[in-house]
Design a protein around this ligand. Sequence first.
Ligand code: SF4
Length: 472
Amino acid sequence: MDGVIFEKLKILSDSAKYDVSCATSGVDRTNVGRIGNACAAGICHSWTADGRCVSLLKVLFTNKCVYDCKYCVNRRSADVSRASFEPQELAALTMEFYRRNYIEGLFLSSAVEVSPDETAERIYRCLNMLREEYQFAGYIHAKIIPGVSPEIIHRIGMVADRLSVNIELPSQESLSRLAPQKKSGGIFRPMRQIEQTLAEQKTLKGAGNMGHFAHLGANIAAGDGSLTEMTSSQNPIAVKETGRKYAERFAPGGQSTQMIIGASPENDRQIIKTSESLYTTFKLKRVYFSAYIAISEAPELPARFTPPQLKREHRLYQADWLLRFYGFRADEILDERHPFLDTDLDPKIGWALRNIELFPIEVNKASLEELLRIPGVGTVSAMRIIRQRRISAVKYDDLKKMGVVLKRARFFFTCMGRYYGGKEPDPVYIKGIMLDAEGIRDNLTDKKSWQQISIFDNHLVENKAANNELSI
Ligand code: SF4
């Protein structure tokens, strides 16, 4: 590899390490005469202990930023090495890595060099080159810079599998304080545009009318976030995309976002409510949480080297799971009297202990929704219970085989009328047992586990692989 490119890669992959929203799930595209695949089960992931994905080439297009977000290592005032790729350089590098089997796809984010549109245009050229010139059909996740014009968002969406617009902070107030150049409108308008384009695409696909696909997303966001359709003369893509082989779907993996945890004073309740609202309003696939790593010196931020709130991040991910798969509402998970998640307890157990009067639940009579409320019962085991009940009553010994985690669940259910929690459900007693059982929780604070794996950290990779912590 050329020494200059290598140096750029070193700087720009290091600069990207604080962005965690890079899962690759949800895309299923068959490869016909191209290079690479992007199918739901076909992409191999390697994850660090804290959930960061290392199978993609995760890199910034540039870290030369005209903005000065206080929490960011790449802010204009930070004294760090700077670099930018040329579109051709990054496209060629991605292919080189892909062919060597280093990576399965590309996760491309960026700082704002000159302006959002100028940077996004260069990103588009790079991605389009990958798709058109190199015929790359692998996974691409592209970050949309807040404030980018709708027309460029549409073009990037046509060549990327997933898009994300980072909300960064849970409230407008914190955004104004810590990232004054970013406006919430500049974040929500692209989210709205992506959501509407995906909805239109789904409708057309359902009607078997993908011939009009080239016009999708050709919307102009008004100041209030509403959208009006572009005319074909305003939308050069409408003409250009027609007949283009790759123009099959706009961002088939949907959109996601990332929130920084611990850089601003919002409590967990506000964070979960914001997540809920993002899921319902913009149909996001995922909200990622990233514990703030105190690298910046600013009076508005936690002191430098304050440990990142990894346990809190972990509990927020569990709460997010409750929102997405277990039918919980944000107001149920936390309320005004309990604004923070208990970092020592799984949020589902915390909720159950606060609502102990709802338990025990009889597993042979409960609805699916009720079964999902029992700590230790997951979506798969709940479905198995329901299926088994159609044939015969579920016995206690069956539950373990069905995947129920009895050491947690036994305090919250009865099976054929019998309670297995020792005595009547008592939140203090149960909490004590649960805390004892959570002996492994301290592993979350393992200092090494929160470090971002760099493709240059060979010794770290080797050590972790040797310990089976990371499968590369
Ligand atoms: S826009 Fe803000 S968060 Fe993004 S790279 Fe620039 S300073 Fe960092």
